[in-house]
Design a protein around this ligand. Structure first.
Ligand SMILES: *Cc1c(COP(=O)(O)O)cnc(C)c1O
Length: 399
């Protein structure tokens, strides 16, 4: 964890922070951030070792909790999200786990959006429940249901916006007010937008979590995560990390730093292509309905326009027919990668009902609005015309 900040970067734009924040050059004068591939650090004297271990002196001790490359990543993502501090973690799930373990205790209650990443549902519903943290799942957009679910024990509200795969958009200002009124924390998984398109802390959220695996890297190379928030909260998260160990590796931190340098450019390009593809999909005879907040017809369009600076790279659409037709479209494409991952330069295509949302019962899936004819696309950075051609191939494959 770190909360130091270079004065020269006070008030600069996001693009500059994405490239400059967190750099601490060594005596070698390197221009690109080095990878500190070292598990431990040496001390100049026994007294210094004692002071470092005792926490009286700042400095590196052991890479489970102090590594300069990871620190640079932490400072940079904190700066981009507008948080006082950040903690890098071994994965997005580790970011969510670390947040929960650091800030919740047995007897606490969490209200969680029903429309979050499936593994997040299991983390709260299966594991934290085992340790006496109660969780209620409610539909993302039904703020009245959130309010009804809140009890005096509620310590945290947890959500993703826009949601996966239907791109529903929650009003972060309204949810922040709800959290404040009930004295609980609002935690937002900002994976889909990244700080390039949405900054939940500036809208009143307390904590942002990330799967750096997705857009922060942006090229599908490494697994990692981050938690961003106040120095006080991050000190708690860092203590958990130091004790329990889901640490980001120095190499992965370095890859994420390279990813952050081009984050805004990539998010703009993903958003541009996704909007063009969504508009094109609306026109296709084989398509029943398109879900993308960039479309004026999407119920979340106005809100997304207000609280995001772009609509992101993920869209979904229903084909006419059912699972058979959806599978034929997916199997008919030849450029897109058939994988559940997202946030990559490579466009990915997946059938949510039988993969990412395959463990839900038919009823739960119906409630969440995920039909058997739904296809999700994470629009990459290939030329958009080639993506249309590829989907056209898929539509032509419908028997
Ligand atoms: C992928 C993902 C996660 C989990 O991240 P990992 O890095 O795979 O552990 C959490 N939230 C969202 C929204 C995701 O897409």
């Amino acid at each position: 964890m770190t909360d130091q900040f270079d004065d020269a970067l006070e008030g600069v734009n996001l693009d500059t922070l994405a490239i400059r924040a967190g750099i601490a050059r060594t005596a070698e004068g390197e221009h690109s951030e080095p990878i500190f591939a070292t598990s431990s650090y040496v001390f100049s004297s026994a007294a210094e070792a004692a002071a470092r271990f005792g926490g009286e002196q700042d400095g590196n001790v052991y890479s489970r909790y102090t590594n300069p490359t990871v620190r640079t990543f932490e400072q940079r993502i904190a700066a981009l999200e507008g948080g006082e501090a950040a903690v890098g973690t071994s994965s997005g799930m580790a970011a969510i786990l670390s947040t929960a373990m650091a800030l919740l205790k047995a007897g606490d209650h969490v209200v969680c959006s029903r429309d979050v990443f499936g593994t997040t549902t299991n983390l709260f519903g299966k594991y934290l429940a085992k340790f006496g943290v109660d969780v209620s799942f409610v539909p993302l957009l039904d703020i009245a249901a959130w309010e009804r679910a809140i009890t005096p024990q509620t310590a945290m509200l947890f959500m993703e916006t826009p949601s996966n795969p239907l791109c529903e958009v929650a009003d972060l200002g309204a949810f922040s007010a709800l959290a404040r009124d009930h004295d609980c924390l609002l935690v937002v998984d900002n994976c889909f937008c990244t700080p390039a398109l949405q900054r939940p802390l500036s809208l009143g959220a307390d904590i942002v979590v990330h799967s750096a695996t997705k857009y922060l890297d942006g090229q599908g190379r490494c697994v990692g995560g981050a938690v961003v928030g106040s120095a006080e909260h991050m000190a708690e998260v860092e203590t958990f990390l130091r004790t329990c160990g889901p640490t980001m590796s120095a190499f992965n931190a370095w890859v994420f730093l390279k990813g952050l340098e081009t984050l805004r450019l990539r998010m703009e390009a993903h958003s541009r292509s996704a909007l063009e593809l969504a508009r094109w999909l609306v026109e296709q005879p084989a398509v029943e309905r398109v879900y993308y907040a960039g479309l004026e017809s999407h119920p979340g369009h106005a809100l997304a326009k207000k609280q995001q600076s772009g609509f992101g790279g993920v869209l979904s659409f229903e084909v006419k027919g059912g699972q058979e037709q959806a599978w034929q479209v997916i199997d008919g494409t030849r450029i897109m990668s058939l994988t559940a991952n997202l946030g990559d330069t490579k466009t990915t295509i997946v059938h949510p009902a039988t993969t990412t949302h395959g463990r839900l019962s038919d009823e739960q899936r119906a409630q969440a609005g995920i039909g058997r004819n739904l296809i999700r696309v994470s629009v990459g950075l290939e030329h958009v015309e080639d993506l249309k051609t590829d989907l056209q191939r898929g539509f032509a494959a419908i028997a």
